[in-house]
Design a protein around this ligand. Sequence first.
Ligand code: F6R
Length: 239
Amino acid sequence: MEVRVFRNAEEIGQYASKIICDYVNANPSCVLGLATGASPVPTYSAMIAEYEAGRVSFKNVRTFNLDEYCDLPKEHKNSYYSFMVENLFSKTDINMDNVGFLDGNASEESESKRYAQAIKAAGGIDIQILGIGRNGHIAFNEPSDEFTDEAWKVKLTDSTIEANSIYFDDIPMPRYAMTMGICSIMRAKKIILIATGDSKAQAVRDMINGEVTPHCPASVLQRHGDALILLDEAAASLL
Ligand code: F6R
């Protein structure tokens, strides 16, 4: 694991965006694994700025998002699909035909197989962006007794529901989501995990300095050959 500490989220965004845009310029039809939530937003903003400045094009890039809520229409404003349209897709030249998403309303088994096959057919994920939950989750793989495999349907924990409920002002937050599994995430060639704020400090410490255990799912990244952890000072405060 390589760990880097920055003064603030914007600096992290600039740094991560540069890695991604340099990679896209060298490999225009590469495959990006994308996350939602607050952590990657400054990175997406910096990628949009690079696109607007004419320094990068995403038109041949393929993308796969980590997760999507169940029992929520794809076009609902709180779906992760809508989040990505708002925060990245609609503001760049990403071709929507090249965007991969888990269908939270499909059957778990067939959707898991479909997603694994689609990622494989695309050649695998080159760069996977991740955030981390306060309880150490990555994607929606919550602490449990074993590491998960391919995409699966998860019952969200109270901690995750509490953290994400603030975004649901019209309907109750869904209780289930489809998420890529830990093994599928670990197959990405490069992983960039972004964490900011002191609410992430304990999870960051467990991820980096704790034992590798599914009770802190992010700790599995210690076993990845190319995992880059980008932190602000608050998230790094317990290291
Ligand atoms: C989002 C995802 C989640 C978030 C995590 C951190 O696609 O998979 O694991 O990365 O909950 O969320 P933020 O960045 O909002 O603190």
